[in-house]
Ligand binder design. Sequence first.
Ligand SMILES: NC(=O)c1ccc[n+]([C@@H]2O[C@H](COP(=O)([O-])OP(=O)(O)OC[C@H]3O[C@@H](n4cnc5c(N)ncnc54)[C@H](OP(=O)(O)O)[C@@H]3O)[C@@H](O)[C@H]2O)c1
Length: 317
Amino acid sequence: MKAVIFDRFGGPEVLQVATLPDIHPPGPTQLLVRVLATSVNPLDIQKRRGDYPEAVPLPAVIGSDVSGVVTAVGESVQSFRPGDEVYYTPPLFAPGGYAEHHVIEETVVARKPGGMSHTDSAALPLAGGTAWEALFERACLQPGEKVLVHAAAGGVGSLAVQMAKDAGAVVLATCGGGNIEFVRSLGADHVFDYRTCDFVRAVLDVTEGVDVVLDTVGGETLAQSIEVVRAGGRMVSIVDTPYQLSLLPAYERNLTIHLMFTTLNGNRLARIREMVERQSIRPVIHAVFPIRQAGEAHRLIEAGGIRGKVVLDLSQW
Ligand SMILES: NC(=O)c1ccc[n+]([C@@H]2O[C@H](COP(=O)([O-])OP(=O)(O)OC[C@H]3O[C@@H](n4cnc5c(N)ncnc54)[C@H](OP(=O)(O)O)[C@@H]3O)[C@@H](O)[C@H]2O)c1
């Protein structure tokens, strides 16, 4: 089968089209999927440049999103059959979606949103699953609560803003100055430019502290965010930047802090599909590249300043 691989760590130029041996048939509880689209996540870039050398054996096939069609199922599979259109996140340190075919456990798969292209649905599983898990499974966000979403123009943030708004929350958000109107258009009630504005002061000017913070930046942003949460509030951080952080202000406020590495769950993706189908959220696609131009897609993301997701189309090689 064809795949985009790398056989050494490095810049976007290490990504190359290769022919790999055919993939093994699905096990009893697995599906074989013809991959039609994937996307680029920060984790793909981190793996490619060698941030996790022990966890990424070479040659490597990356890709943390898959949208495609089931082509075969194992004998114990109950919920899917050949021809089903599905979307999911592969296990984060297993072979991924930059390949023609992929084998996956049925429990992490869901039917993709109806009426949506594969290139659109490939923008959803990792970023959307992460946003959902953080807001609703960890922070247990309630209608009427105030939530601050950092990096709201990014892949996770752009979906988190929409999900929180749909859940009836008041949404505060940070992003780069050029994206303020865009983030407002996603449903945010108050938007702050992280480059020019002290977000702590700005949030405390319009609230007496938020109930929930979703931190998608880490480091100093995580540390400062403690100051904007009301007593008894919750924070979820999804970025493991090394940073010396005093937890005293968090104790003083009786905060609950979740440090989250997302888990995979097909039921969660089914809930996200429902949200998409009732038009409460939509993926934000910055650009779509043919899979053979995966290196260009990585370059674009590394340059920064994008809105939402960069997607890779595997319908043609
Ligand atoms: N733990 C998990 O399970 C998990 C899951 C998914 C993602 N993640 C991590 O979460 C992070 C976000 O992922 P993503 O897919 O949303 O990334 P992304 O699409 O690349 O978005 C990153 C965003 O961060 C913004 N940004 C940079 N510095 C900022 C700051 N100080 N304050 C506010 N915004 C800032 C950027 O804006 P500009 O371009 O305007 O600078 C950009 O919009 C990544 O580090 C990723 O590795 C973790």
